[in-house]
Design a protein. Structure first.
Length: 397
């Protein structure tokens, strides 16, 4: 009897462990397109109750219609503490783009990207200011550019100044005081290297003709020195000319070389996020839009297999290129790596070697519907990279 009893105990413990694991690994947050059902794999006895309706569903598949709601988890009808936050994104038709574009971002305040001694002294020491922080005001004067900071510091003529700054977390604002140091050139400095703008090229993803809104990149622009996402006050979307293509190789990503000199203004940039850059088109003629609006494919309907991307490798020449969606991370709501993709198009492989810097934002199309955008390339294999789901981009607009 003892072996049988031991087996039963172990079996019961295994069942308990499996159920606890299933409940624990249910996502805490979900993003759904309007009208899309909430579908989650669960074991028998685990059910769901929404704030919209207390009716439970044994297979955790139910339509959720409110903009934001929370869904409770039940076990054998008993409510558990676990809840799933559900964000509903309006399901819109979008015009996929694929244009190579230029981006100009202007920071809110000036970004501290380095520190250096001035005449053997460190005026920034013990102030709490670190790389990645942003200087917002000096002596109660708003600082919008590097030049304004230089002028304001020199106006103090070496007297103590008050500095209002925002920490890199973009939540904590602090004040400190500093004494500028006079240099041998009769200038006053703080020993801080700062930057007030960032620029680059990428690919426009989609356009909403009803509102004029656009999305591009599928990821944000980070400062090259601090690695932090650039907090912007304003930005510009402009045209670009592709002047070179550096082919990607294993261990060495390629890139599209572009110029924004003499560029035409397309629209304004409002948000720089981890899931793309967003704003409003004001001169749509520069995008040469000739595509029709298409439906968005919900993440639950995206399948492994054939798909296409749209991108511009030569100025003024957008083309569709074949890819394969290798793996889908349906439950990933944390970052912009929603699916693993591989370039299969021989023409694109010949030109670029695969995915290169500057192609981020290229729309992904499957079965005539918009899936998302290219976001990253694997350094170890330039033919392989990642894409982000459409719903994550729409949610962050």
């Amino acid at each position: 009897m003892k072996p049988l009893r031991r087996f039963l105990i172990l079996f019961i413990l295994l069942i308990i462990y499996i159920y606890i694991t299933n409940i624990t690994f249910l996502p805490q947050k979900l993003v759904l397109l309007e009208g899309e059902n909430l579908n989650l794999f669960t074991l028998w006895g685990i059910s769901l109750s929404s704030t919209e309706s207390t009716q439970a569903s044994s297979n955790l598949s139910t339509p959720v219609n409110s903009e934001n709601t929370s869904v409770g988890i039940q076990f054998l009808g008993i409510p558990l503490a676990n809840k799933i936050e559900v964000n509903i994104v309006e399901n819109k038709k979008v015009i996929p783009l694929g244009n190579s574009i230029g981006l100009k971002l202007y920071t809110s305040g000036v970004l501290v990207v380095g520190m250096t001694e001035i005449e053997g002294k460190k005026p920034y020491e013990n102030t709490g200011i670190e790389m990645g922080d942003r200087i917002l005001e000096v002596n109660n004067k708003t600082i919008n550019s590097t030049q304004e900071l230089i002028e304001t510091v020199n106006q103090a003529q070496g007297k103590e100044i008050t500095v209002e700054y925002m920490k890199a977390d973009n939540q904590t604002q602090k004040q400190t005081s500093m004494v500028p140091i006079k240099t041998s050139e009769d200038e006053y400095k703080l020993g801080l290297w700062v930057r007030d703008a960032a620029a680059g090229i990428g690919t426009a993803t989609f356009y909403l003709p009803e509102t004029g809104q656009f999305a591009c990149l599928g990821h944000g622009i980070a400062d090259i020195d601090t690695g932090e996402l650039v907090t912007i006050a304003k930005g510009e979307l402009v045209t670009t000319k592709i002047i070179s293509v550096k082919k990607g190789q294993k261990g060495e990503p390629g890139e599209l070389g572009g110029s924004i000199d003499g560029a035409n203004y397309i629209g304004k940039i409002d948000n720089n996020t981890n899931f793309g850059i967003f704003g409003k088109i004001q001169n749509a003629q520069y995008l040469h839009i000739n595509q029709e609006a298409i439906d968005i494919l919900p993440r639950t309907q995206v399948k492994e297999g054939k798909a296409q991307i749209i991108c511009e490798i030569e100025t003024g020449k957008k083309e569709y290129y074949d890819i394969e969606i290798k793996k889908i991370y349906t439950n990933n709501y944390q970052n912009n790596k929603s699916m693993l993709i591989e370039v299969k198009d021989e023409k694109l492989l010949e030109k670029t070697g695969g995915i290169v810097c500057g192609m981020s934002g290229s729309p992904i199309i499957q079965d005539g519907k918009f899936v998302g955008a290219v976001t990253n390339v694997l350094v170890s294999d330039p033919t392989v990279g990642y894409g982000v789901f459409a719903d994550m981009m729409l949610q962050n607009m």
